[in-house]
Ligand binder design. Sequence first.
Ligand SMILES: *Cc1c(COP(=O)(O)O)cnc(C)c1O
Length: 383
Amino acid sequence: MEFETRAIHEGQEPDPATGAIITPIYQTSTYVQDAVGEHKGYDYSRVANPTRTALQEALASLEGADHGIAFSSGLGATTTLMHLVDPGQRVVLIADVYGGVYRMTSQVYEPKGYLFDYVPADEFPNLRDHLDDNTRMVWIESPSNPLLNVVDIRAAAEAAHDAGAIVVVDNTFATPYLQQPLSLGADVVVHSTTKYLGGHSDTVGGFAATNDPTIAERLYFLQKSLGAVPGPFDCWLVLRGIKTLAVRMRQHCENAMAVALWLERHGNVERVLYPGLPSHPSHTIAAHQMRDFGGMVSFLAESEQHAIDLVARTKLFQLAESLGGVESLIEVPAKMTHASTASAPFAAPRNLVRLSVGIEAVQDLIADLEHALAPAAVRSSSS
Ligand SMILES: *Cc1c(COP(=O)(O)O)cnc(C)c1O
């Protein structure tokens, strides 16, 4: 079955007890056993919960995976995956990784003796030079947050596998609608379901999927043993979100492309970063690897102060962290989502503005940006 159909039906049979068409929220911590150890596959909700099972099956299907494991947040998934690595072993990460992941690697795991190398996206064609016998994992975000760099996942996976490392791809920005990293050779795909999969800015969650039975078994074990599990209501919200993922993503992509083209023509913008623009350094690989270019657009304002001023002036683009909801958001990564990378050599540029382009009417979004970007004199005469 096609993606759109699986998003609505996979793992989501009508409730056998009542016929309810929507998977119930099994808001229960425990399950009655007929005799000691005799149960219907559920004994305690940290270990398994039927609403979570439905979500895991649906999302695994969308990623083309045999196994899906849901977590309490994207970082809950990340910290669990870091337990596939031991202290003293090396992890290579794309340099402009999500700020919260960098905070975790640099301030939580590095002090415990884990080794991390941060490789810039444009160095990924030479990834082999950055791997050694001790490299256990390569962590890719593509497109990356917030610079929207795209790396060739298939080439990176070949290099990593030759060096004996596994490849994890954070697919939060693309979603499985635009790209399925496991089909490109990745071993594990990871998500913040808080973003496009939930899609409505009303829940926090995470997810990982794999086709490797050994990794899957370890991740199910770590899910119940480390305990970063999502509640049933949060699983239900993501299940509801993914039913419309395909139509939402089509509109996000269409709107983002229109906004990016408009920004690129605008005089008060230094540079627009959107993989759909031929001017973007990753455009060729993005066009080859992804179905479309996604809903995130970043741009360099004229100065840090210009960035800070303009994000306070938009009205439809609300000033907030996070992304991937139906409503448009705007932020300054260096001050907000990526503040923890400030001292890193690859810190987000201080004049960078990141847009999560929503699915409102695009002419309203462009009018909002036009007003916010206009010089003060023009704004006061038109308002
Ligand atoms: C938000 C985000 C995360 C972290 O997810 P949470 O659900 O906030 O814990 C990880 N990776 C990327 C790319 C993100 O955008």
